[in-house]
Write a protein that binds this ligand. Sequence first.
Ligand code: TRP
Length: 327
Amino acid sequence: MSSVLTGITTNGSPHLGNYVGAMRPAIELSKKSKSFIFLADYHSLIKQQDPKLTHQSTLSIAAAWIACGLDLKNTIFYRQSSIPQIMELNWILTSITPKGLMNRAHAYKAIQDITSGKDKDKNVQMGLFNYPILMSSDILIFNADLIPVGRDQKQHIEMTRDIANKFNLTYGSFFNLPEPLIDETTSYLPGLDGNKMSKSYSNYIDLFSEEKKLQKQINQIKTDSLEPGEKKPKDSTLYKYFKCFSSDKNIKQIDAYFNEGMGWGDLKKELFELINMEISPARNKYFDLVNNPKKVEKLLKEGEAKALKIASKNLKEIRSLVGIKSL
Ligand code: TRP
């Protein structure tokens, strides 16, 4: 049976992009496949160095997964930092990864592109540069097969395959080559400005804000100044939001609204209703969990005990393959 694995970096509270790109598809899959779902807390240290935020965000993202209905019977749910074998594998993989492969990573190149002056690397931490190797370790330590991610993460999964291949050729076959699972129509939610939704760009919509704030954030989705009726529905950011939250049946109705030239304001009210209908059942549960961290801690501890068993067994074999074993 194939296994599914995905994680979310613990930066701030979860946003709608995390929900649509990773959480919603992974939760669906968790109902029928063995799943590994984790909080990428070591990844978060690259993006922000505020200990309080890292701590709070871990609680908030864990609570969101549970509130949204993650099936904890089929799922191994854990913090990356609780599984030290990931870090050990990270070094083993770092030792065989060509630097040239990392030079091509989009996240790294994007920072270089916006850096002025001669030293294009001045704003690049080694953590950011090595990030795809840590992500590979997250995946390979459990030999996961299917990785549900937003499409911006596709390159990282390709790099994971390259690194796994390199290991297998060097030391003998051990790793599966994982596949990304990307639903192009429903797993990509752009940010308010139409670019990638990201904490770093401040263009996101919180997953769990009060209704008023949710409507306010939806009102900020960028629209153009074309007259209603002249709108090219498929191109607008707003339409992409509808695509992510409407059923196949409802999208016909939405198409009709766009064709009839319904004004942006009314469309945004419709969109609020749709999103709120999907999210509101989880909202109270989320706040209850955030106010009871012990409940969340207990669930994570249970998952971590299971994850540790698998990770330590796999790491033992990996260490042995590279020649690190009893004399
Ligand atoms: N890089 C992912 C993101 O920013 C988070 C992540 C870390 C991840 N390790 C992973 C996702 C392993 C899938 C598998 O969204």
